[in-house]
Every structure is written in structure tokens, then in C-alpha cells.
Write a protein that binds this ligand. Structure first.
Ligand SMILES: Nc1ncnc2c1ncn2[C@@H]1O[C@H](COP(=O)(O)OP(=O)(O)OP(=O)(O)O)[C@@H](O)[C@H]1O
Ligand SMILES: [Mg+2]
Length: 237
């Protein structure tokens, strides 16, 4: 099993306050790995530091190549693409324009090809391509954010709470899309508050508590574990 991402001794935090300290982690290629953990555990900090949006220490290797820290451009070039919490679309631009921006680092023909593929995966966005992104519903905006990330040719797609604020039916739709993205040969790192749904679609899972990995393994196993059931699924330990 090849590691799409190998992290050794990763540390990150905010103005001298260390949230992650010496984190080691291997992500298997072509799989969905879910990260669960309480509020403030450091999940977003991990994703943001990998995306080059926060300074970090330690080493991260993507497909065997060292990723320089602190550079969002280097991260995108290496295929690490983050869909941050809150979607961050350009509301006054159309759906199509938002999607095109996802391919900012690609040559024009490739960008066009990626755009076609993303629209094939999200047919509803094709119908709405000329609508302003800001006038789409919350669920539709989440679809635009996912599709935009796909246009950027991710090798590792990092999703920070893609189901936040969505109705249950739409949560299921997003989860189905995440699986379909994985089936396009993209490795997925999925941070979710919706633990039951995330673990139901993930292949592997990690539990992060106060900056430390306290459990990891096949998602189906963690879903049954007393630690996860007690802490995240309202069950008894
Ligand atoms: N910009 C910031 N400046 C200072 N501290 C921050 C900043 N962002 C996050 N933190 C702190 O870092 C810790 C980890 O935050 P992080 O956002 O990574 O948690 P999280 O696991 O994503 O939580 P949630 O589930 O609530 O999204 C928290 O204690 C938080 O208060
Ligand atoms: Mg977070």
C-alpha cells in the first residue's frame, strides 16, 4: 500500500501556541481517510498547515517528494487541495467563473478538460453555470466548492467539514460525491463533525484529540469501537 502523504514530526500552531506537536501520519493512496475529534482538537490546523496556509515544522512528503512548508502554491502544485470550511466562493462571479478559478495553475487546455470532467460529475452545476455563485443555495454552493477543487487536479483532496449547515438529504449527497471523487483516483482526507456519516463512507479513520492521534484504523472498526461510540456517537463506553 503506497502512502500518498507521509507526515513526520509535524508541528503547527498560532503565535507560539503549539496545537500540533510531532504528529506522524501516513495516508494510503486512493482511499478516504476521515479525521474525527472534538472542537479545537486541531483538525483544521492540520489541514491548513498542509495546504501551506499556516507555518509548520516537520516533514510532509507527497508521493515521495518533500513538500516545502508555508507555500500554498507549492501545495497546490503538489496536488494538495483544500476545501476550507465555509466554502469561500466568489459570490459575485458565476458558477462557471468560480470553477475556472480552480484551475488557476493549469494550462488552458487541461483546465478546460478538467472543467468538463467536474461538470460531468456535478450535472446540476452545468445547468446553473451562468448563475451567480452567491445566489446558489447552501448545498449548491458546497457542490461548487467541491467541483472547483476537482478542477485543480487534486491528488490529495482535503475537505474541512463539507456537510456543515446542510440538510440531512444534502449531507448524504455530499458524502456520495466524496466517494465518487475517491473513485476518480483521488486520495481524500475528510474532516467531519458528522462522525457516523463520515465513518460510513470512509475507508480509514483517525481520532485526533488535543493535537494527538489517539486512535486509527479501518473506519468500520473505529465505528464499532467503544472510544468512538462513547465520545462521538452518544453511546456508552
Ligand atoms: N487563528 C487562530 N489564532 C489562534 N488560535 C487559533 C486560531 N485558529 C485556531 N486556533 C486554536 O487552535 C486550536 C485548534 O483549532 P482548530 O481550528 O484546528 O480545531 P478543529 O479541530 O478544527 O475544531 P472544530 O471542530 O471546532 O473545527 C483551538 O484551540 C483554537 O482555538
Ligand atoms: Mg475545524
Amino acid at each position: 500500500m503506497s502512502a500518498a502523504l507521509r507526515i513526520t514530526g509535524l508541528s503547527a500552531g498560532y503565535s507560539g501556541f503549539r496545537i500540533l506537536d510531532g504528529l506522524d501520519l501516513d495516508l494510503a493512496a486512493g482511499r478516504i481517510t476521515a479525521i474525527v475529534g472534538s472542537n479545537g482538537a486541531g483538525k483544521s490546523t492540520l489541514l491548513r498547515s498542509l495546504a501551506g496556509l499556516l507555518p509548520r515544522g516537520g516533514q510532509a512528503m507527497v508521493d515521495g517528494r518533500v513538500l516545502p512548508p508555508g507555500s500554498a502554491t507549492a501545495a497546490v502544485r503538489a496536488g494538495l487541495i483544500l476545501v476550507a470550511e465555509g466554502r469561500h466562493l466568489f459570490p459575485r462571479m458565476t458558477v462557471l467563473e468560480n470553477l475556472q478559478l480552480g484551475g488557476w495553475l493549469l494550462a488552458r487546455p487541461e483546465r478546460a478538460a478538467r472543467l468538463e470532467r467536474a461538470l460531468a460529475l456535478f450535472p446540476r452545476l452545468g445547468e446553473r453555470r451562468n448563475q451567480l455563485a452567491g445566489s446558489m443555495s447552501g448545498g449548491e454552493q458546497q457542490m461548487v466548492a467541491l467541483a472547483r477543487a476537482l478542477v485543480g487536479r487534486p491528488r490529495l483532496l482535503m475537505l474541512d467539514e463539507p456537510s456543515l449547515g446542510l440538510a440531512p438529504r444534502l449531507v448524504d449527497e455530499v458524502m456520495t460525491l466524496v466517494r465518487r471523487i475517491r473513485d476518480e483516483d483521488v486520495t481524500v482526507l475528510l474532516v467531519e463533525q458528522n462522525v457516523a456519516k463520515a465513518l460510513a463512507i470512509a475507508d480509514d479513520a483517525l481520532v485526533l484529540e488535543r493535537g494527538r492521534l489517539v486512535a486509527s484504523g479501518p473506519a468500520a472498526e473505529l465505528l464499532r469501537s467503544s472510544l468512538v461510540r462513547a465520545a462521538y456517537l452518544g453511546g456508552r463506553r
